[in-house]
Design a protein around this ligand. Structure first.
Ligand code: PGA
Length: 254
């Protein structure tokens, strides 16, 4: 619930102006539903892509208040975030709902940015990897490996790091990202697992983006609070560009 029309327009304009020369980082902006059309108009013809923050799993029907994936597609969205921890925790989204959403997003031809991550309590008990692997297993069960290889993005977002100012250390992020990659590798093959982008999210800021993005299995960032300030967001994209000069990666806004 951040991003009025004016704020979203400012962010789009600022990113468009500042990132002209950037060629290697895929940038996706995911404003709230109300600002998607405005952003779509501003970003048209540019290489900055548009994403939504959520979608319902049914393609249409009587689900008052919900937005369907084909509606997002119609206005030019290429990505959709699924299973953000705020939706899981505050709005009660279950693993089953998240599974249906990932399936719907991929079936409609969009890319899904699937969020996974542990709470502080789980981390303290040593349960981080089993929690994350459990979320992956539940969300991705039965989905064709080719779909996952081509259009799945995973965002590792430790719940304790989101909006708190306390990011995971680069080593903590790398440990979980490597485990996610090897979990994927066992299910869809090594080459396919390499092609899935794994983003880190949770208090990414201009000051810490460089060292987080320098980790070998950290392919990009899902940026929340820092994207509300266009200059900071652009600086995170630039740090990512520097850290990943030789391999494409992505930065998102939520
Ligand atoms: P943050 O949010 O960057 O403000 O921690 C991340 C997110 O909401 O995905």
């Amino acid at each position: 619930m951040n991003g009025t029309l004016q704020e979203t327009a400012l962010l789009c304009q600022s990113v468009l102006r500042s990132l002209k020369e950037q060629q290697e980082v895929e940038v996706v902006l995911c404003p709230p539903f109300t600002a998607l059309v405005t952003a779509a108009e501003l970003l048209k013809g540019s290489r900055i892509l548009l994403g939504a923050q959520d979608a319902h799993w049914e393609p249409k029907g009587a689900y008052t208040g919900e937005v369907a994936v084909p509606m997002l597609k119609e206005i030019g969205c290429r990505y959709c975030i699924v299973g953000h921890s705020e939706r899981r925790q505050i709005l009660g989204e279950t693993d089953e709902m998240i599974h249906q959403k990932v399936r719907a997003v991929l079936e409609q031809g969009l890319s899904a940015i699937l969020c996974v991550g542990e709470t502080l309590e789980i981390r303290r008990k040593g349960g981080t990897l089993s929690r994350v692997e459990g979320q992956l297993g539940a969300a991705l069960q039965g989905i064709e490996p080719t779909r996952l290889a081509s259009r799945l993005v995973i965002a590792y977002e430790p719940v304790w790091a989101i909006g708190t100012g306390h990011n995971a250390t680069p080593a903590q992020a790398q440990e979980v990202h490597r485990a996610i990659r090897s979990w994927l590798s066992a299910r869809i093959g090594k080459a396919a697992a390499e092609s899935v982008r794994i983003q880190y999210g949770g208090s990414v800021k201009p000051e810490n983006a460089g060292e987080l993005m320098a980790q070998p299995d950290v392919d990009g960032a899902l940026v929340g609070g820092a994207s509300l300030e266009p200059k900071g967001f652009v600086s995170i994209v630039e740090s990512t560009h520097q850290a990943k000069r030789s391999s494409p990666c992505s930065t998102g806004l939520s």
